[in-house]
Every structure is written in structure tokens, then in C-alpha cells.
Design a protein around this ligand. Sequence first.
Ligand SMILES: CC(C)(COP(=O)(O)OP(=O)(O)OC[C@H]1O[C@@H](n2cnc3c(N)ncnc32)[C@H](O)[C@@H]1OP(=O)(O)O)[C@@H](O)C(=O)NCCC(=O)NCCS
Length: 150
Amino acid sequence: MNGNDEFIRPARSSDLDEIFSLESYWAYAPHWARAQLESELLRPDSIFLSAESLDSGLCGYFIGRILEEELQVLSVSVGPSYLRRGIAARLLEAAFSKARLKGCARATLEVSERNVAAFNLYQKLGFQVVGKRVKFYSDGSSALLMDKLL
Ligand SMILES: CC(C)(COP(=O)(O)OP(=O)(O)OC[C@H]1O[C@@H](n2cnc3c(N)ncnc32)[C@H](O)[C@@H]1OP(=O)(O)O)[C@@H](O)C(=O)NCCC(=O)NCCS
């Protein structure tokens, strides 16, 4: 617990319906298939976390993978009624702690240059832009590559 009404815990299979709905809701989420989410729960190299509200169930999730000393941030989303309460920041911090314990030295991600909320979130948590993939996404936007030392 953290003084708010939400807590962070490992994701479980009973969360997947809500995670799938949340993924599908947001334009900027990667839109994984339900089967991909299921297999992610089983991967030993995955860090898959849920944020749960004491009042109303699942309110956010984080998916990342560990590749040697790197935590790759793959997806983080928060429910529309829970925004700007620090939930995404807490999910990411929890993932960083787990990744550090598993020997990770840095975190990496890609974010659309048009996704201002996510870009600001990552910057606030210490990520810096280290590269750009021009017109990487299907909407024509470029991907910013960001890195952070853990
Ligand atoms: C991006 C997202 C995960 C942020 O979740 P959140 O829980 O609202 O974020 P937090 O409350 O932890 O915000 C932390 C910081 O991020 C930045 N931020 C978050 N939302 C923002 C917004 N809409 N506009 C500008 N900055 C924003 C701010 O710096 C914020 O700190 P502040 O509230 O003290 O100003 C959420 O907007 C979301 O789910 N978006 C859709 C999915 C998505 O784009 N995911 C990322 C790509 S996979």
C-alpha cells in the first residue's frame, strides 16, 4: 500500500479480461491479442504487474521483459477514471525494483512522439531520448527511443 487506494501486485490470469479491455481502449497501447497476454503471464523473462483499486478492481497494468541486463518496457496503461493519480509511475517504479533485483542495469522503451502523456511520464521518471525511428507507427508518427539507468 502507498497511502492511496490502489496497490501494485503481480498480474494473474483472472485480471486478463480487464487488461485486454484496457489495452483495446487506448489508441496508443500496443493492442496485444488475448493469447499474447496469457502467454506473457507464463514467461520467466516477463515482469507483468497489475494495479488494483480497493474499491473497484483492476485500474492499470505494466508489461516488461528482461533481456540480459535490460528491462524492456512494452506496455503500461491506466483506466480512464484513474488517470493522474500516480498509478503508472508506481507501476513503473515497482517494475524497476523487480528488474534491479534480477540484475538489470537499464530500462529501454519506444514511445510515439504524439503520446504526450506517456512521454512526460517517462521523462519524469528519468528516461532520456536516445534515438528516433522515423514514421515508425501506422499513424505516421515517429517512435522515440528512450533509456534510463536503473
Ligand atoms: C500514459 C499513462 C500510462 C499515464 O498514466 P497515469 O497513471 O495517469 O500517470 P501518472 O499519474 O503516474 O503520471 C505521472 C506523470 O506523467 C505525466 N503525465 C501523465 N499523464 C499526462 C497527461 N495526460 N499529460 C501530460 N503529462 C502527463 C506527468 O508528468 C505526471 O506527473 P504529474 O501528474 O505530477 O504532472 C496513461 O495516460 C495511459 O494509460 N495512457 C494510454 C496508454 C498509453 O499510452 N500507454 C503508454 C504506451 S504503451
